[in-house]
Design a protein around this ligand. Sequence first.
Ligand code: FE2
Length: 469
Amino acid sequence: MQPYSGRFLGATLFNCAMTLQHSSRKRLLHFYVYAVALGAVIALVVAAWNQEWDLSTRLVNGLIVILGLALLAELTSVKMHIGTSTMSIVHIPLIASVFLFPPFVAMLVGAVTLLVVEAVVRRKPVIKILFNVSKEILALGLAASFYHALGGRHSVDRFDLAALPLVGAAIAYSTATSVAVSFAVSLSERLDFGETWLRVYGGSLVYDVFSTPLPAFLAYLYVWKELFGVVALAVPLFVVRHIYVQNLRLEQSGRELLELMVKNIEARDPYTSGHSQRVAQYARMIAKEAGISFRHVEQIATAALLHDVGKTYEEYGALIRKEGKLTPEEKRLLQSHPVRSAELISTISTLQGAIEKAVRHHHENFDGTGYPDGLSGDDIPIGARIIMIADTLDAMTTDRPYRTALPFERVLEEVRKFAGKQFDPQLAELVLNSSALRREVAATSHMASQTTPVAFNRASSSKPERAVV
Ligand SMILES: [Fe+2]
């Protein structure tokens, strides 16, 4: 067992490294926000310089109506599950302001909307307010530039139905906001930019495409009927928004249900606290490095999260808690858990198919000596082969009742030794060469050892390590 002072020093060095990493990431994020803010100030000055200052009554009335609608839309925005990103229908009145008002006024509508909601209502930190207001100014400035460059002409008196400038402005606005927000989220949460963009905006792409004509329609209705035109569109718009919110909540409750299932498994065995989450994280990383598509990566991560869900059945309770060696009969019973897990998972329609199969076969060995079906090689679903290696990585790098965590170099030796036997040799090679995975396992297993109860080393095993059953 590692001496106490060594462990303490290790923990201190690790905490220092994490603090340094955190502060440099924070500095980078702040630098990014200041750069966006500087860009917004320059854009505002340029727009104000070119502004015609004859503001008609019709324009001021329009400004009040569109600003009111934008504020209402932003106030009723919906929180997404990644970080604190929100999504709303505020882009509709904001893009419409590009078609109705001079660029400076349109940018002002965006700035005032975000400033009022973020600072007065949500009371967000200054840095977040600065970012959200600035990115809105830049996105609207870019949309206005595209609109005018493609032949559009802003007006509150007449509406030109020219598809190219209208669509060009909407695309410019969506691209600018999605890129700016995804970049900020990926910086602050240490996530890959592409993955963040897909997770934050991927699900709403269809919705965004279908809502593209709405800003133009809103501008047209204002030109035609002023306030009554805007109300005629706003009412059905908020009904659609309500349906959309219900869908999001349904998705969210599905995810929360999965988390509840995982907590239920882990409540039975304090030594495996956080195990499923770590296995899901390692599986996600291995799958990504193996070049698997984003959708399939998420399926594999979900399967990894739920791989031992069948262990919640009462028949396994005593076996999981047993401190001594399992009898052959008990071992056989415990080896039925992948089938019970897959059966349980198949009761949820969205988990049937690839996820269910990856769970059923997560204890199949590459050489065909595993269970439940004795599959070998490529006959084992790729998700199951990934979970097998991710499960073993976590089992070996965290404390267990029968031994303390193994050093990572020793774990790699085991992976090398059992490549082609227990593990898919190509995946084993990938794990051996992945510095990102090495960092992740070192950081995550260290945190796990801080929260897992310290175990007595009652049976040091000279046998080669295998994935826990
Ligand atoms: Fe298992």
